[in-house]
Write a protein that binds this ligand. Structure first.
Ligand code: SF4
Length: 359
């Protein structure tokens, strides 16, 4: 069995794909986690960051019908909605004032009813009502979709969004790049190649982005490794990624579950394995997120000892406005507690990963 020291020596020489796949499949999780933690401390120290942000779903109408999705509704569905820009802007303004949020995370679907002017107004309204709030989103998969729908280039979509006030792009839509997996989990959205091209275009336009990877469905180790190498290689070229976020698939209410392709969430040992291998491949090139919303708060703390060094965000949901007393998201104090539980030093950051306060 490979030792921590051997893993560290392999990582310091730079893993190639076959090394990474060997470790992903064969190394025990304690060895992987320990090596990943040593590297994380070497490159980033003990600080664990997160942003105070709010999530607003501006539309749930989507034509992609991904079998992994429990959120979207097809056009014409009675539960479909599009929020007016002034409603989104008012929510951003109020949540920034009441909860101290510094980032608006916009989430939506691939909605053919939305014209370029909708997004212009959306971003401008937010910037008018909440000028100190950074706008993050929509995803690169949305940029690819709207470029096709509006018959313009992805670069034109992104530069128009940037000029209207978009500050950064969330990492969603990356899923798993490998075509044989993508055709099962997300056949109706941007291909892996299109997503990566769009990320490159965003970075060249000065728009930083996150990158995600959805795992725990039908992928195998080689698909995880391939995905990570694509992220690493693009980061080495552009430096435009802010954060890599492994996102655990939750099969509830999805077509993948209904078809019997995924019966339950992946075990926690796999979460540790994926996080650790991400650190071993990315090394000091990129922060790795412990996405507490997908793995739960307790496991997020464990992942901070296995290569992760960012808790993504408080992720307040706008529903907080409609349900007095009900809590959606986590407070900065709760996230700080998760970091401390792992023996780390929590720090509040902004969208661009500048530390605002050490907690
Ligand atoms: S593109 Fe996004 S919103 Fe649309 S079905 Fe797929 S995962 Fe859901």
């Amino acid at each position: 069995m490979v030792s921590t020291q051997e893993v560290l020596e392999m990582a310091s020489r730079g893993l190639d794909r076959s090394d990474a796949l060997y470790l992903m499949r064969e190394a025990d999780i304690f060895t992987l986690a320990h090596a990943a933690e040593v590297l994380t401390r070497k490159f980033f120290g003990d600080v664990v960051t997160f942003v105070n942000n709010v999530v607003v779903n501006y539309t749930n109408i989507c034509v992609a019908r991904c079998p992994i999705c429990a959120f979207s509704r097809p056009p014409g569905h009675r539960e479909g909605y599009v929020k007016r820009p002034e409603v989104v802007a008012a929510a951003a303004e109020r949540l920034a004032r009441e909860l101290g949020a510094t980032e608006l995370h916009l989430n939506g679907g691939l909605n053919p009813e939305l014209a370029p002017e909708y997004f212009d107004e959306l971003f401008r309204s937010v910037k008018t009502r909440a000028p100190r709030v950074a706008i993050k989103g929509p995803t690169l998969a949305e940029a690819v979709f709207y470029a096709k729908a509006w018959r313009v280039s992805v670069r034109e979509v992104l530069s128009r969004w940037r000029d209207a006030g978009l500050d950064a792009i969330s990492g969603g839509g990356a899923e798993i790049f490998a075509p044989e997996v993508r055709k099962v989990i997300a056949p109706g959205k941007a291909t892996g190649e299109e997503w990566l091209d769009a990320a490159r275009a965003a970075h060249e336009l000065g728009i930083p982005t996150n990158a995600t990877m959805l795992y725990g469905h039908v992928e195998r180790g080689e698909h995880v490794v391939d995905h990570l190498f694509h992220i690493k290689e693009l980061q080495e070229r552009t430096g435009g990624f802010l954060l890599f976020i492994p996102v655990k698939f939750n099969p509830g209410n999805t077509e993948l579950y209904a078809r019997g392709l995924v019966k339950s969430p992946a075990p926690a040992t796999y979460d540790v394995r994926v996080t650790a291998i991400a650190r071993l491949i990315l090394l000091g090139g990129l922060k790795v997120g412990a996405y507490w919303l997908s793995v739960g708060k307790r496991l997020a703390s464990t992942l901070l000892l296995a290569g992760a060094n960012d808790l993504v965000g408080t992720m307040y949901n706008e529903a907080v406005l409609a349900s007095a007393g009900a809590r959606h998201g986590a407070t900065p104090e709760e996230l700080a507690a998760i970091a401390r539980e792992a023996g780390k030093l929590p720090a509040l950051r902004d969208t661009f990963h500048r530390v605002i306060a050490v907690l």
